[in-house]
Design a protein around this ligand. Structure first.
Ligand code: HEM
Ligand SMILES: *[C@@H]1O[C@H](CO)[C@@H](O)[C@H](O)[C@H]1NC(C)=O
Ligand SMILES: *[C@@H]1O[C@H](CO)[C@@H](O)[C@H](O)[C@H]1NC(C)=O
Ligand SMILES: *[C@@H]1O[C@H](CO)[C@@H](O)[C@H](O)[C@H]1NC(C)=O
Ligand SMILES: *[C@@H]1O[C@H](CO)[C@@H](O)[C@H](O)[C@H]1NC(C)=O
Ligand SMILES: *[C@@H]1O[C@H](CO)[C@@H](O)[C@H](O)[C@H]1NC(C)=O
Ligand SMILES: *[C@@H]1O[C@H](CO)[C@@H](O)[C@H](O)[C@H]1NC(C)=O
Ligand SMILES: *[C@@H]1O[C@H](CO)[C@@H](O)[C@H](O)[C@H]1NC(C)=O
Length: 540
């Protein structure tokens, strides 16, 4: 078994589509949410898998992990593969959908409250819901699940379409067919989902009585004996006739939907699952992926995301007179800690001259969130204090990294391992940079008033510079509001002798949600530079 699992992981990681070329703002953000396992915004909520943030973990009978998986299914379950409506589109966030009998219970609201904040302008809430389900499954003993990004949040609720336990087999078969799943796949998907969690008394009093159990305060009748672990016991207990699944052996036969579904092929699928944990895991991995990739027609998902082996992060250029201060960090994916490792940043400037700097280890951290019990360690290296000081006129066009392991000496120019995206390097944008001259014009005013200064590189085709703010529209989708910096009057004298021209925006508005963006060569880019007015010094 362990060998098979390792083999599966290796195949998944080595046959995954080519890693994309950095930078790509949306894929970069999705990749981080997926693979920065040690700085994960989701994984801490399913570690341990008994964690239920709304009550003492392990005592309520519930778990964040089970809520997240059920939420993903209910969001997808409105899909109609004939007219192309519904699917993974975060329509479950609408109160109208949550008020339907088919969406009874508070698990959806709970899920959205925890994972919602991970959405941003690049990562839709629907992508977050898909990733939350994957994170729960992978963290709790499940297989690695291929993840694609690019889901789009619905503008309105979808038509109803989630199956309910009192419906008959023909209805369920038709419902799954509408969602795009055959009868065999229906059996699989229900078993894959119902290896987690159970049925709670409060929303389903006719199925589950008050259990009067202080170690199960919400009276959840679990589907199997291991409700926070992905395993095939939902099937093996069913086949052994020891199951206590309330949708199989409930006292009211009408609501025993799992019994009808699991038995609909004479128990063939469930027997297969019961006899092979590996078959259960691989079947569930592909069914979960299909479930999560079921999107409204017209939505185009990305390739399956694979981790970038080396990924620059939080790059910042700050204009300081005739210098550029270059700071940032790099993540080496699945790379263990090593005290004998040297990491060099290699840079190229506008005259094709090169520079280099030795990076500082910013620590490693491990996480078991890669699935199939695999532990991933990411190693981070930074150049943020004080950063690399560059001549502003020379600037920087691209960087790469060179890693020397185990005593190989960088100074002796032994060839290290180079990470440069196949010779391309990692392109760095220095046409529009934050300027250190930004300051508070009225530090004591309420709110404070300040001036944001941005340097625009001479010769760069910059048509706009703007302040960006992430806001939610009327239906909760994140959009960006832009406030233009006025174009400065042409400078008197010879301005082309200066590497950068300053564009200034007087403003009272800037917070952790504000970044600087620009239109360069007709393409909109965000510098990603967060500007918080109150952190600026008073103007001289
Ligand atoms: C005919 C199809 C299905 C029916 C009738 C059904 C019904 C139910 C019911 C009644 C509950 C109890 C919810 C609660 O007490 O809050 C439940 C829980 C759950 N369902 Fe399903 N389900 C079906 C299919 C699926 C599928 C396809 C998945 C995922 C792939 C899934 C995942 C879950 C999970 C993870 C829970 C546990 C929630 C928790 O413990 O918080 N279900 N299901
Ligand atoms: C959760 O429910 C509360 C009210 O019960 C509501 O105020 C809140 O907006 C809901 N949150 C989400 C994320 O749906
Ligand atoms: C729980 O307690 C209530 C009230 O005492 C009782 O009616 C009910 O039957 C008990 N439930 C079980 C499963 O014992
Ligand atoms: C399964 O167990 C129940 C009691 O728990 C029993 O009534 C039933 O006959 C058993 N079914 C089979 C097929 O063994
Ligand atoms: C069984 O469940 C169905 C559907 O919820 C309900 O209509 C029926 O009254 C229940 N039967 C009994 C005996 O409780
Ligand atoms: C720098 O090198 C690239 C190719 O490596 C070339 O296209 C470019 O013209 C060079 N720029 C300068 C300023 O020499
Ligand atoms: C790094 O820069 C130094 C000084 O500019 C130079 O001597 C050295 O060869 C460079 N190292 C690499 C690996 O490019
Ligand atoms: C402006 O300055 C640049 C660089 O110092 C110089 O090459 C150029 O001739 C100057 N142009 C004028 C009009 O003075």
């Amino acid at each position: 078994m362990p060998q098979l699992t390792l083999f599966t992981i290796t195949v998944l990681l080595t046959t995954a589509a080519h890693a994309y070329i950095w930078p790509s703002p949306q894929l970069d953000a999705l990749e981080s949410l997926r693979f920065d396992t040690d700085r994960h915004q989701l994984a801490p909520f399913v570690q341990p898998c008994t964690f239920f943030i709304f009550e003492v973990a392990g005592k309520s009978g519930r778990s964040n992990a089970a809520d997240w998986i059920r939420t993903a299914y209910h969001d997808m379950a409105t899909h109609n593969n004939v007219d192309g409506t519904g699917g993974m589109d975060a329509s479950i966030r609408f109160p109208e959908e949550q008020a339907r009998a088919e969406n009874v219970a508070d698990g959806f609201n709970n899920t959205l409250r925890i994972v919602g904040p991970a959405a941003n302008r690049y990562v839709s809430l629907a992508d977050v819901l898909a990733l939350a389900a994957i994170t729960a499954i992978e963290n709790c003993g499940g297989p690695s699940i291929p993840f694609r990004g690019g889901r789009i949040d619905a503008a309105a609720p979808n038509a109803p379409g989630v199956p309910q336990p009192q419906e008959d087999l023909a209805t369920h078969t038709a419902t799954f067919k509408r969602q795009g799943f055959s009868k065999t796949e229906m059996i699989g998907l229900v078993a894959c989902g119902h290896t987690f969690g159970g049925v709670a008394h409060a929303p389903f009093p006719d199925i589950v009585p008050d259990l009067n159990d202080t170690s199960n305060t919400q009276s959840v009748a679990h589907f199997d004996g291991t409700p926070v672990a992905f395993d095939n016991s939902v099937a093996s207990q069913y086949i052994a006739n020891t199951t206590r699944n309330p949708l199989v052996v409930g006292t009211n036969a009408t609501t025993n939907s799992d019994a009808r579904i699991f038995g609909s092929d004479g128990g063939k699928v469930m027997r297969g699952f019961a006899s092979s944990p590996a078959l259960f895991a691989s079947t569930c991995a592909s069914l979960f992926a299909r479930m999560l990739d079921t999107v409204p027609s017209g939505v185009v998902l990305s390739e399956v995301l694979s981790p970038l082996p080396a990924k620059p992060d939080a790059l910042q250029l700050t204009l300081d007179g005739d210098k550029l201060l270059f700071a940032g960090e790099v993540r080496f994916w699945n790379t263990p800690d090593s005290s004998s490792r040297t990491v060099l940043l290699l840079g190229t400037d506008h005259s094709n001259h090169t520079f280099n700097a030795t990076l500082v280890s910013a620590g490693t951290a491990s996480s078991s969130s890669a699935g199939a019990g695999q532990t991933i360690t990411n190693a981070w290296y930074s150049f943020d204090d004080p950063g690399v000081v560059l001549d502003a006129a020379a600037g920087v066009t691209r960087i790469s990294f060179s890693v020397y392991e185990n005593g190989e000496d960088a100074k002796k120019k032994t060839k290290g391992k180079v990470f440069d995206q196949g010779g391309r390097g990692f392109a760095v944008q220095d046409a529009v940079v934050f300027s250190k001259t930004s300051c508070l014009t009225k530090p004591n005013a309420q709110p404070v008033e300040g001036r944001l200064d941005v340097g625009v590189r001479t010769g760069a085709k910059v048509t706009r510079v703007f302040l960006e703010e992430e806001v939610k529209d009327s239906v909760g989708r994140i959009t960006v509001v832009e406030t233009d910096f006025p174009r400065p009057a042409p400078a008197a004298g010879n301005s082309t002798s200066k590497a950068y021209t300053i564009w200034s925006l007087p403003t009272t508005q800037s917070s952790a949600k504000h970044t600087v963006g620009a239109e360069i060569d007709g393409v909109k880019v965000s510098t990603g530079r967060v500007v918080v007015l109150t952190n600026l010094p008073a103007c001289a």
